[in-house]
Design a protein around this ligand. Structure first.
Ligand code: NAP
Length: 429
């Protein structure tokens, strides 16, 4: 057996404790598989006195996590603190500048600072690995970087946030409203006290930014993402979608257009009930990668959790132990391209539209002429009474450019017969 790989861990919360427990429990198995023993030599967290159910008696404790980066006896630092800036960023920079390897599960950090950190890692000839940052336990980034190395990728779509998927799944199964299910998700520990990062789509956009960069060889561009969360998702639309043969999911989608621009968008999406991701329910995640040589590849599994996420973090640590090297963002930062990003108003797709209207003569023909004014065509039209004076009208458009659909909706909303703001949800095939 060659020399040990000594590691330090910053952050001993859900994931940190998971990593600690598996590395301790599976020490022998892991050293057999990597050909090298992995030893935890130091840790840091906020509260030294907290009982974490792990034995830290023989391990050095540092109050300031950033000091872990300067330890002479640590070869690799694992960051499981979280946050795009502050401690996580200082630690990443200090570690890589000191020529040590850095492993993290922190999507916010990589989505925002991934390019600079990858540059530092390459310059100092060390590994920067973050597979757990996207889809938790599912080894998506490793698969894209290594398993799909021979493929051109044209599109990636994913259910990337377990909290949102749990909320939508429960709404769909029980018919309960969003606020009610969100409270249940918070009670069960699936959603934070402040759930905005999850339900407003930010977390999904962080992960999509990383995926898009790896798939298309482009610089991460979180600020180019169009982001719409699930806060305004109505149970009526989940139910109407079901009747029309669709499921609703919060999807992150990134694809390359014919003009070479990249779409980077997060929004509630109707997908056919036959779509590969339609049955990814509850807190699970799923990703579909469309490749030229392999064709479509779908990966599903636990997107979060103590041991699930630790599984990916440890796989990254083992890559360093076994001296398997890859570029942090799939290709060298020198060769990453600055992509052009298309605006959401130029998105071309099909749309689910719902209008609450007065149930009176002439409404459908007025709506039809306003759509026609903007050149928007539609196929299926469904009408369902709300009470004896009003009805829901649901339309599925043909493939149209978003700005013309939006202009049609604005015109229809101005009409007396339109009782509330129309609902528009994108459809993905
Ligand atoms: N939870 C998941 O399922 C999951 C899945 C995928 C990715 N991730 C990512 O993994 C990372 C960790 O998540 P988590 O769920 O394990 O978080 P967590 O349970 O909140 O744990 C955070 C840990 O960081 C410590 N900490 C906070 N501020 C610190 C500081 N300034 N210096 C040193 N330590 C500090 C905390 O110390 P105390 O314990 O003393 O308070 C705690 O141990 C995040 O980036 C998250 O996005 C998590």
């Amino acid at each position: 057996m060659s020399n040990k790989l000594n590691i330090a861990i910053a952050g001993l919360g859900t994931v940190g404790v998971g990593v600690f427990k598996i590395l301790t429990r599976e020490k022998e198995l892991i050293s057999r598989r990597t050909g090298r023993e992995i030893e935890i030599v130091a840790v840091s967290a906020q509260n030294k006195d907290k009982d974490r159910g792990i034995d830290l008696s023989n391990i050095q404790w540092l109050d300031n996590a950033v000091d872990l980066a300067s330890l002479d006896n640590a070869d690799l630092l694992v960051e499981l603190v979280g946050g795009s800036d502050g401690t996580a960023k200082s630690l990443a920079e200090a570690t890589l500048k000191n020529g040590k390897h850095f492993v993290t599960a922190n999507k916010a950090l990589i989505a925002k600072h991934g390019f600079n950190l990858a540059e530092l890692a390459e310059k100092n000839n060390c590994s920067l690995l973050f597979d757990a940052a996207v889809a938790g336990g599912v080894p998506v980034l490793k698969t894209i970087k290594e398993g799909l190395v021979a493929n051109n990728i044209s599109k990636i779509s994913g259910i990337l946030n377990g909290t949102c998927n749990f909320i939508i799944s429960v709404m769909s199964k029980t018919g309960r409203a969003f606020d009610d299910v969100l409270r249940e998700a918070q009670d069960k520990g699936y959603a934070e006290a402040d759930p905005s990062f999850d339900i407003d789509g930010i977390d999904t956009a962080h992960k999509l930014t990383i995926l898009s960069s790896l798939c298309f060889g482009t610089k991460p561009a979180f600020n180019k993402a169009y982001i719409e969360g699930i806060r305004n998702l109505k149970i009526e639309d989940i139910n109407f979608a079901k009747k029309l043969g669709f499921s609703i999911k919060l999807l992150g989608v990134s694809n390359i257009l014919d003009n070479k621009e990249v779409e980077l968008r997060v929004h509630p999406t109707l997908i056919s009930q036959n779509h590969e991701l339609a049955n990814v329910e509850d807190a699970l995640g799923g990703i579909k990668v469309e490749c030229d040589a392999l064709g479509p590849l779908v990966m599903t599994g636990a997107g979060a959790g103590m041991y699930e996420t630790a599984s990916s973090v440890i796989a990254d640590i083992c890559d360093v132990a076994a001296e398997r090297k890859t570029f942090p963002l799939g290709i060298s930062v020198k060769n990453l391209e600055q992509a052009g990003y298309s605006e959401i108003e130029d998105h071309s797709g099909e749309y689910y539209l719902r209008f609450e209207v007065k149930d009176e003569d002439g409404v459908l023909s007025s709506m039809a002429s306003l759509f026609s004014k903007h050149g928007v065509g539609f196929g299926k039209v469904t009408q369902e009474a709300i009470d004896d004076k009003s009805a829901n009208v649901i339309l599925l458009t043909h493939k149209e450019t978003e700005k013309y659909v939006v202009e049609s909706l604005k015109d229809i909303e101005k009409e007396d017969y339109c009782l509330s703001k129309p609902i528009m949800i994108r459809i993905e095939r």
